[in-house]
Design a protein around this ligand. Structure first.
Ligand SMILES: Nc1ncnc2c1ncn2[C@@H]1O[C@H](COP(=O)(O)OP(=O)(O)OP(=O)(O)O)[C@@H](O)[C@H]1O
Ligand SMILES: [Mg+2]
Length: 582
């Protein structure tokens, strides 16, 4: 985990090394000051030596300036190093998430990924800054100050030693207690983010179902849980403060009393006692800082684990050793394919699939919801890998192709497709970034999107809102089809992509496909018989297996499931669907 994270300091190694050096400079200066002060009191003030006072005063001023310089520079470089580290982490995570296969994405929740990229990385950034600044500063300060006190007076120094041991034990006890709470805090953050994320992205659905009350309650609960844990953790933390103060003042009183006795017995000078008292503060403050950084680091361990988890997550689908960059044609073969999303599942989602599709053929797929239609076509573009058997495109196993090449040739209009914020042209160019305006317009004409785009005041420069909320469902589907067409793929898969388009436009789109892109293999998944009845062949899916394959006429005669759907849709029993015109 540390190895994974430390790789991302790259580019900020210099800042990371310089920061502790400046911090150490600050500590050394801080340690020198009380020592010089003791000499100023004993040899300057007490003896009335003005020159000595001036000399020691100048040294002290110089030390203070140098200390300030060290502290400031340490702060600047520390901030740069930690902000750079966070930037690298976020970039690396984002890049890795982009490479995730669908199966990897299924593993993490969106909310979980968002928390990891925001809160967790911020925690690591703070922890890293602390590490660079305080982790070096505190032990060095502790050691320097302790050494100086022992040099000045070993007997008095032992009072500090006892105080350190006492405080150390108490702090260790509190740290273990707070760590437990802070660890839970981050789990609760996930819950909170899940609530925010889900709600804000689906605010329209929430409103449509009048679920605001319920969602507000859910959010309040998540926020309250977080509050409770924070209060508990902070309560444990604040109890450190009085104990610390008690120890500091106890030590000061003990040292003052013992010191005063020693001064009377001429074993100690006034200057020495003054510097001893200053060191007292240094020692106990650094101990406190150490405890604090310890809590901070253990707290960020949970974040570190979560961030490293995403960074180390390898895409399940990888390019083969010597990938094939050429997809010969649009033929598709399923050979004894078995597939399940969860490898340990009892029943596979797809069983014993054997299907051969010729290049340029139009295939309709029909079947009840959950009958694995989407799962079947997802295997063609290698969005998931099969468990058994193989899927071939252009006569070769999909696993032998370069992923990008394969996916450029297999365009899928997903069932739940989205548009991104930007103009219509921007969205089109997701399909092909080098497409000219002409090509974009042609694709839109083919998908029968040109008509309604022309009716917008800004035509192709109309801005699409995030998620495509300012176009209708059917318009959105047609834009998504046009976007896929721009790829000029060898295989075009429409997963229920015209469900919101009226039947006559749907028919026109299919006719345009047949006339304009005859060599592209077209797979049309639909719940509507009218959308598939003119396909060369229709595949009837039922609960993960192929129930029947054939033309419309054949299936009407021989396939019960198909016949059932057909008669339900043609009997006019409350369905607005008309029979297709083509
Ligand atoms: N990402 C996933 N992780 C786990 N299980 C899934 C996933 N996607 C689908 N399933 C399961 O696989 C089965 C087949 O789902 P699939 O989406 O292929 O059906 P479908 O025929 O496309 O249905 P619909 O017509 O409603 O789109 C269902 O039982 C579903 O619960
Ligand atoms: Mg589906």
């Amino acid at each position: 985990m540390i190895k994974t994270l430390s790789k991302h300091i790259k580019g900020y190694v210099r800042d990371s090394v310089i920061t502790p050096l400046f911090m150490i400079l600050e500590v050394i200066m801080e340690t020198i000051v009380p020592f010089v002060m003791s000499s100023m009191i004993d040899d300057g003030i007490n003896k009335g030596d003005m020159n000595h006072i001036l000399l020691t005063g100048s040294i002290m001023a110089l030390c203070a300036v140098l200390g300030l310089f060290g502290g400031t520079m340490g702060g600047i470089f520390g901030a740069r190093a930690s902000a750079g580290f966070a930037k690298n982490l976020r970039q690396a995570m984002f890049e890795n998430i982009q490479s995730f296969a669908f199966a990897n994405i299924d593993k993490y929740s969106t909310a979980g990924l968002v928390t990891r990229m925001t809160t967790d990385v911020t925690n690591l950034q703070n922890a890293y800054q602390m590490l660079l600044r305080i982790c070096f500063r505190a032990p060095v300060s502790l050691i320097c100050a302790m050494t100086m006190t022992f040099i000045i007076n070993a007997k008095l120094a032992s009072v500090y030693l006892i105080a350190i041991i006492f405080l150390g034990i108490i702090l260790a006890f509190l740290i273990t207690k707070t760590y437990k709470y802070f660890n839970k805090v981050f789990e609760k953050y996930d819950e909170l983010n899940a609530s925010v994320q889900e709600n804000v992205t689906s605010i329209r659905v929430v409103k449509a179902f009048v679920r605001e009350e319920h969602e507000i309650k859910k959010f309040d609960k998540a926020a309250y849980n977080l509050y409770k844990l924070f209060v508990k953790a902070e309560n444990a933390m604040v109890s450190v403060s009085p104990i610390m103060m008690l120890t500091v003042y106890g030590s000061i009183i003990a040292v003052s009393w013992l010191g005063a006795n020693m001064i009377v017995g001429s074993e100690l000078t006034t200057g020495e006692l003054t510097s001893m008292l200053t060191y007292c503060m240094n020692i106990l403050m650094s101990l406190m800082m150490l405890a604090f950084i310890f809590v901070m680091l253990t707290m960020s361990l949970a974040s570190a684990r979560r961030v490293a988890g995403v960074l180390n997550e390898k895409s399940i689908l990888t390019n083969p050793q010597n990938p094939d960059y050429n997809v010969e044609n649009g033929s598709i073969d399923f050979e004894n394919v078995y597939f399940s999303y969860n490898k340990t599942a009892e029943k596979p989602v797809l069983s014993d699939i054997n299907l051969s599709i010729k290049s340029g053929e139009t295939i309709g797929i029909i079947g009840g919801t959950g009958s694995s239609k989407t799962s079947l076509v997802n295997l063609i573009g290698r969005l998931y890998d099969v468990n058994e058997g193989c899927v071939k495109v252009g006569g070769k196993d999909v696993r032998s192709y370069d992923l990008e090449t394969l996916r450029n040739e297999v365009a899928v209009v997903l069932q739940n497709n989205v548009l991104f914020s930007g103009t219509i042209l921007d969205n089109m160019r997701w399909g092909n970034e080098n497409a000219t305006d002409e090509e974009c317009i042609n694709a839109c004409k083919l998908a029968f999107a040109d008509d309604f785009i022309q009716s917008f005041p800004e035509k192709y420069n109309t801005k699409i809102e995030q998620g495509g909320t300012n176009v209708s469902g059917g318009q959105k589907q047609r834009l998504c089809i046009a976007r896929a067409l721009l790829k000029k793929p060898k295989i075009l898969i429409l997963d229920d992509s015209t469900s919101a388009v009226d039947t006559s436009t749907d028919a026109k789109i299919r006719k345009a496909f047949r006339d304009e892109i005859p060599n592209t293999t077209k797979i049309i998944i639909s719940q509507r018989i009218s959308s598939v009845e003119n396909a060369d062949r229709i595949v009837v899916m039922d609960d993960g297996i192929i129930n029947a394959v054939g033309t419309h006429d054949e299936l009407v005669k021989s396939c019960d499931i198909y016949n059932e759907i057909y008669s339900a849709q043609t009997s006019g029993s409350g369905d607005f669907d008309q029979k297709g015109e083509l």
